[in-house]
Design a protein around this ligand. Structure first.
Ligand code: IMP
Length: 429
């Protein structure tokens, strides 16, 4: 009963969609377990580029069934939009191939309005959310006042729940934030349309997976966001409101640890972060521009969901080792190694300095992390373009050395390295 898990090892945007797409070729089911359309997964197939926010990346493979699990927060309008965009490109998005767990929570226009209003009120200390309503939807879930996707099968229950929900949120929007109220009847009418279209997709998520796993089918859990955006283990409060870590897979899909075959961490060969919060190895100036790219390519460092330029920096292996321990990585995949080609030397963040002390572990307190200065180990770079390399033996020796150093530091084998966005640009090490 194998479950393979893909986890973002850093702050998101590690290239999980690209690797999920590659591994989905051997999977029967690909399941999203947390987050919502704050995610942005880019998959390149030949000249075709697919950008997905909600629907699992496995949908591109015609023999794969996709599940949106109970740990996800779902904007039904976004799901329907993505479905029709995929259908227009010939991808089958019928209920036989795409399933929605009834216990996922629905994002409403009120959640989105609250996300925006709260960010505005935070001013200079804004989290830099994607403004997709993620935080307010998980807040309602935790407060036990959320709207679960199973309501899509109960037209009257859905209409009543939405009336109550919008009325309650309008009070907050108007009285706390001084904003405009939403029209509850209009929201209920649009959700009634969504419900008609999405009802056939509803399933009992855990039961669906338990049966599939008992039948020996291969399930791939597709992570969204990254470890350091985790509500408990990330750089709080500059985090998302879910658990994009291995723990979140188990609760988000409703399966036990005994079904796990391997946990694969995806790490970029350098660091990036969107939004606010501490980032010890952050770079600015020329080198930041060099790592970020101009934005001309879809894989440059600009948010897939918001288009914001990402903050970038050297690879922080203290963080990466912590991530490996938090998630129990069996292996690591290193992406975007090609971006480092042409640099004379590279720096690896191997420790921090805090108040005159050297820290070799990742501090749990984000205020401490914000005061940490990186301690770098300089390593030689390589000049060669590596985008056409397909075998590890053909990598320049210094590129090999960089990969080996990271694996050694994290005590986790690096099993694959990606050298470009194409399906064929993944080297098995
Ligand atoms: P939220 O998830 O929209 O509430 O945003 C909270 C924080 O997580 C912000 O810093 C976002 O930029 C960040 N974030 C959320 N989703 C992603 C993602 O898929 N990639 C990178 N950062 C993300």
């Amino acid at each position: 009963m194998p479950l393979d898990i893909i986890i973002g090892a850093q702050w998101g945007d590690e290239g999980k969609g690209h690797i999920t797409d590659a591994l989905a070729a051997q999977a029967d089911i690909v399941a999203r377990f947390s987050g919502g359309d704050n995610a942005g997964h880019t998959i390149t197939v030949g000249d075709d580029i697919f950008k997905l926010h909600l629907i699992p990346s496995g949908i591109i493979h015609k023999d794969v069934t996709c599940l949106i699990g109970g740990g996800v927060v779902l904007n039904p309008a976004v799901m329907l939009r993505e479905m029709s965009a995929l259908a227009a490109r010939g991808v089958d998005v019928s209920p036989e191939r795409l399933k929605l767990s009834g216990s996922a929570h629905l994002i409403t226009p009120a959640h989105i309005a609250l996300d925006k209003a709260a960010e505005e009120q935070r001013g200079d200390s804004a989290i830099g959310t994607t403004q997709r309503g993620i935080g307010p939807t998980y807040t309602d879930k935790t407060a036990r006042t959320g709207l679960r996707a199973e309501l899509l099968a109960d037209p009257e229950g859905l209409a009543d729940a939405l009336q109550q929900h919008i009325t309650a949120k309008n009070r907050i929007l108007q009285e706390i934030y001084g904003g405009e109220p939403l029209d509850a009847t209009a929201v209920a009418a649009s959700f009634s349309q969504f419900a008609q279209q999405l009802r056939p997709y509803l399933v009992d998520g855990p039961h669906f997976l338990h049966e599939a796993l008992a039948d020996g089918r291969n399930v791939l859990a597709e992570g969204a966001q990254g470890t350091f955006l985790d509500l408990d283990n990330g750089t709080y409060p500059y985090v998302t409101s879910s658990h994009p870590t291995t723990g979140g897979v188990l609760t988000g899909l409703g399966v036990g640890p005994n079904v796990i075959r391997r946990v694969i961490g995806i790490a970029k060969a350098f660091s990036s972060r969107v939004g606010s919060g501490p980032f010890p190895c952050e770079l600015d100036g020329e080198m930041a521009l060099r790592l970020r790219g101009t934005g001309a390519n879809p894989w440059d460092e600009y948010g897939t969901t918001t288009g914001r330029p990402r903050r970038v920096g050297w690879l922080d292996v203290v963080m990466l080792r912590h991530s490996a321990r938090l998630n129990g990585f069996d292996e690591l995949v290193l992406t975007k190694l090609d971006i480092l080609s042409g640099l004379e030397t590279l720096q690896l963040g191997v420790a921090y300095e805090l108040d005159g002390r050297t820290l070799t572990h990742f501090p749990a307190n984000p205020t401490d992390l914000a005061r940490c200065r990186p301690v770098y180990q300089e390593v030689p770079g390589w000049r060669e373009d590596i985008t056409a390399v397909r075998h590890p033996a053909d990598l320049p020796p210094n590129a090999r050395r960089y990969v080996d150093l990271i694996a050694e530091f994290c005590a986790v084998p690096i099993t694959c390295v990606s050298v470009g966005p194409g399906r064929e640009q993944i080297i098995k090490m």
